[in-house]
Design a protein around this ligand. Structure first.
Ligand code: FUC
Length: 943
């Protein structure tokens, strides 16, 4: 029953028969027990990007702000990146492999890292001609002069700790002059003055009254002495030439905004005159030479704006995202007319649609335009109702094209200055398309216009309602496979941001269900079959230099994005990851050859659109060899959940086998212990380059085990199976250390005060499964001890990981506590933004997926031979129902529980595998048949 209907029924009952009221409510709440709470909504427009609502069809992504006077819809296309196809590998790196290993065996870690840094890292993209460019911009020093005429210059806010990008200069790199002045207090006369600008990115030449008083090319503090001789009574001028090559730029000042930049007499900081404020600026040159980069960066595409007039007295504002049909809406009333905008991104028609309606005819008046942060963009009129935006990325070869077409019922459409102006229409619909010149990771010769033309053609003969219906149908094909209900929440009627703020201190179980379903929504929106996988930000990015390049980090983040895929019945969404793995197999073979002189394929801790697989960044964390092997776990898990033998044979096994071939060659005998170990490598971001991190061994063991199992199932490669089986037994085992912890390394050197976000040595417990209560309770306890030492507090994705770990420890209440930490409104630290995006901070989508999967792991686990029902149900979720949750072996499960106890269990066997159930220490073993449906009561008696 629709909630709206329920409410009106309640209202009737209240009015007519008050005495039946309580009874009626009880009946209704039972009936409503499956009404899902599937909307994010707000009573104000988004101001910040992390308040806007995400839409996506896997390829095109958008963030809807829902402004009343101006609506901004920032959009992306998943293949618009910097860079170009190139060889990322260092030829001959393998010649140094043995020396690096020997240095590590000899305990000479720093020397090993230095050698690896010099000879073993991948290659960067080409550098531009830095010296020539610098020479030319440094030649002009006119703006340094005291009386230089800057009256025509515009102003910018200085300082800006996160870069001038956040002060309105997104994408600005190059040489920029900034000027300000201060009045010298009479008391400071003849004193040397300290100029404190703190940090500047990347290089500054700082002048006072035309004299150069300091220059630095680093990120250290700028504290320059201004000799008394340079100063005079009255107004003194400061001019800074700021050189910024890439990423954040400008005078950064202090992170603690209470501290100002400024001037003060030497030794008397308390007397500081603040220089915070509006400075004059002039962009001298914004074409700095390219900076060499190991990998490429995901780019924003553009912005769609809708401009309205006379909106001042709008009331009844509401902005929402309905995740049951993937449609966002903005509505308000103005002068007695109700206005509504609907937005969605269609997969079948490959367009974003924005539909504007009003309760009164001829009321739709607005203009709409396109823009972009890319410096290199061009707007064009295509025809009487269509404009286009063409972009070209800097530091790369890709071009993008986007068309915007408007259709109306009634009224007029005109194009003025590349803006589409709609007047007096009854209804209007905007169709936005996007395409790029990316064809595949090796080929950039696609025509970016083609997908735009095709998309517009596909909607040409259709009504908005038809396009919407097709979109909803296609989306719900995935979304409706799973539903969850944890009962009603105290704050259900509050806007989502307020609900989030109150969550940790209130009883709002339906918000947990909404959060989990939102994770599924985000995965469907970012990762449809046939598209590229979700990157660090899914497909949503508004910055030219996003955090960590918005790439794919494979030492946790890229994999975490796919943790909910199988469990929460979105198996099809896993496909883009498999597509990327197929490509990584190719580039990773070259890396295996160039860096290790080994067969098979290898992936280090990051990849990008061009499928780079070589080590990047720095030797102390970039040389980590098990990214590919971890990805192989996803192939095997897909098989376990779906039992799709054809997939195993033709898609999964060949890739898994190649990964195993690499490690068969790579593992070496540890002279100290005799075990086979992984070296050189590291325990992600911990302890530098080492020999034998625990995580690697867990991943490699898992890979070997899965390859052996797959080969047995497929009845192939008997002798290779034997080789792997022999090696499997020799790999260094998990060990319990002196603190009762699971050792992170070969040596017992874990630091119990280390609170680092990475918990890599717990991989074997989750997402791996070799450590579990059934097979090795002692190791499980050690893993738990390790996690207790690391503590609960963490970044967003780390909270996501820990949630799953606590569920695997079967501690529902601790799991729930960590869910509360993830679902808390950001206040500088980790948590969730108002749009429920995960905050590392900054925004990184992995935590949304880790969280959604973790909520699932509380309800169902199937990583051992058992299917565990409600293995970690927290006290906070005593009543609930879930439909469509999946277990390994090809089972789809519906279940209901109340007062913390199972009530009903219905299992569908998709392929007829044997079923071994466990609930509360009760075990049930039954044979199933394909498509058989099995019902059980709370004691696992078959019904
Ligand atoms: C690693 C992590 C960070 C972040 C980044 C993408 O550097 O340590 O927390 O997730 O990857």
């Amino acid at each position: 029953m629709e909630r709206r209907q329920c409410r009106s029924i309640v209202a009737q009952i209240m009015a007519n028969k008050k005495k039946y009221f309580i009874a009626a409510i009880l009946i209704l709440s039972v009936k409503m027990s499956f009404a899902q709470d599937l909307k994010l909504w707000y009573n104000k427009p988004a101001i910040k990007w992390t308040e806007a609502l995400p839409l996506g069809n896997g390829r095109i992504g958008a963030m809807v702000f829902g402004g009343i006077e101006q609506d901004r819809i920032q959009f992306n296309e998943e293949t618009l990146w910097t860079g170009e196809p190139r060889d990322y590998n260092r030829k001959g790196a393998y010649k140094y492999l043995d020396s690096i290993r020997q240095l590590l065996f000899a305990g000479r870690q720093k020397e090993a890292e230095a050698l690896a840094e010099k000879e073993f890292m991948g290659t960067k993209s080409n550098e531009g001609k830095k010296e020539a460019w610098l020479r030319s911009v440094l030649q002009n020093t006119d703006p340094a002069a005291e009386h230089f005429d800057d009256t025509k210059w515009k102003t910018m806010t200085v300082p800006s700790y996160e870069g001038w990008e956040v002060a309105g200069f997104e994408g600005l790199d190059g040489a920029v002059w900034v000027r300000t002045s201060f009045d010298l207090p009479a008391a400071w006369n003849r004193k040397d003055i300290q100029l404190d600008l703190n940090r500047i990115r990347d290089y500054d030449l700082t002048y006072v009254n035309g004299k150069l008083i300091g220059t630095q090319q680093n990120t250290e503090q700028r504290k320059y002495l201004i000799p008394a001789s340079v100063l005079h009574a009255g107004k003194n001028t400061i001019a800074v030439q700021v050189i910024n090559y890439t990423d954040k730029g400008g005078i950064a000042g202090y992170k603690d905004t209470a501290r100002h930049i400024g001037v003060y007499p030497v030794g008397d900081e308390a007397a500081k005159i603040s220089l915070n404020g509006q400075w004059k600026y002039f962009i001298q040159n914004d074409e700095p030479p390219a900076v060499g980069a190991y990998q490429a960066v995901y780019q924003p595409f553009g912005d769609l704006f809708l401009q309205f007039t006379n909106t001042a007295s709008a009331t009844n504002y509401r902005r929402e995202l309905d995740i049951s049909n993937a449609v966002a809406a903005t509505s308000y009333s103005l002068n007695g007319v109700d206005f509504k905008r609907e937005y969605f991104i269609s997969q079948p028609n490959q367009v974003m649609a924005v539909n504007l309606t009003a309760s009164k005819k001829k009321s739709i008046n607005f203009s709409t335009s396109l823009s972009s942060h890319h410096k290199n963009f061009v707007l064009k009129k295509i025809n009487g109702n269509t404009i286009s935006l063409s972009v070209k990325v800097r530091n790369g070869v890709l071009r993008g094209e986007s068309d915007l077409q408007v259709k109306t019922t009634g009224g007029t459409i005109t194009i003025v200055d590349n803006k589409i102006v709609v007047a007096d229409a009854d209804e209007a619909t905007l169709y936005l398309t996007a395409g790029t010149s990316y064809k595949n990771y090796k080929d950039v010769t696609a025509d970016p216009v083609r997908p735009c033309t095709n998309a517009l053609r596909s909607v040409a003969a259709k009504t908005y309602q038809q396009i919407k219906a097709a979109h909803v149908k296609e989306y719900q094909k995935y979304f409706n496979g799973f539903s969850v209900n944890f009962g009603k929440g105290a704050n259900e009627n509050l806007p989502t941001d307020e609900r989030l703020e109150k969550f940790a201190s209130s009883n709002d179980p339906s918000f947990v269900a909404l959060y989990q379903q939102y994770g599924r929504y985000l995965l469907i929106s970012a990762s449809r079959p046939g598209t590229r996988p979700a990157n660090l930000q899914g497909i949503w990015n508004d910055l030219l230099t996003p955090p960590w390049g918005s790439k794919y980090t494979t030492n946790i983040n890229a994999e975490m994005n796919y943790w909910p895929a199988e469990l929460l019945n979105l198996s099809a969404m896993h496909e883009p990851l498999f597509g990327m793995i197929d490509e990584l197999l190719q580039s990773g073979k070259q890396t295996a050859k160039d860096h290790y002189n080994a067969p098979g394929w290898v992936l280090h801790h990051n990849t990008d659109l061009w499928r780079g697989t070589a080590p990047i960044n720095a030797a102390n964390h970039g040389i980590w060899v098990t990214g590919g092997a971890w990805l192989c776990q996803h192939l095997w898990e897909h098989y376990l959940f779906t039992q799709d033998k054809e997939f195993l044979k033709s898609r999964a096994y060949p890739v898994m086998k190649e990964a195993a071939l690499f490690f068969n060659s790579y593992l070496v005998k540890d002279p100290a212990t005799g075990y086979l170990i992984s070296t050189p490598s590291n325990s992600p971001e911990q302890g530098g380059l080492v020999a034998g991190p625990t995580m690697d061994h867990q991943i490699i063991r898992t890979l070997f085990k899965n390859v052996i199992a797959a080969a047995e199932l497929l009845n192939v490669d008997a002798s290779f199976r034997k080789v792997l089986d022999d090696k499997y037994k020799q790999i260094a085992p998990n060990k319990v250390g002196r603190l009762g912890q699971l050792q992170e390394w070969m040596q017992d050197k874990d630091d119990s005060t280390n609170k680092h976000r990475h918990i890599s040595h717990l991989w074997g417990m989750y997402p791996g499964s070799e450590i579990n209560w059934d097979e090795d309770a002692a190791m499980m306890n050690a893993a738990k001890q390790s996690l207790l030492y690391r503590g609960d507090a963490a970044t967003g994705w780390s909270l996501g990981w820990k949630i799953n770990c606590w569920a695997r420890f079967k501690d529902g209440d601790h799991t729930f506590k960590m869910i509360q930490m993830l679902m808390s409104l950001v206040k500088g630290g980790a948590g969730s933004y108002p749009n429920l995006f995960d905050a590392h901070p900054p925004f990184q989508i992995d935590g949304n997926f880790g969280g959604a999967a973790g909520i699932g792991e509380m309800l169902l686990q199937s990583h051992t031979k058992f299917i565990d029902i409600l293995p970690a149900l927290p006290g906070a979720l005593p009543d609930g129902e879930v439909k469509g949750i999946c277990a390994r072996g090809g089972f789809v499960i519906d279940m209901k529980w109340s007062n913390g106890k199972l009530e009903k269990l219905v299992i569908t066997s998709k392929t007829g595998m044997p079923l071994l159930l466990r609930y509360n220490n009760m075990i049930k073993n039954i044979q199933t048949t394909k498509n058989g449906v099995y019902k059980f009561d709370a004691s696992l008696n078959k019904l």
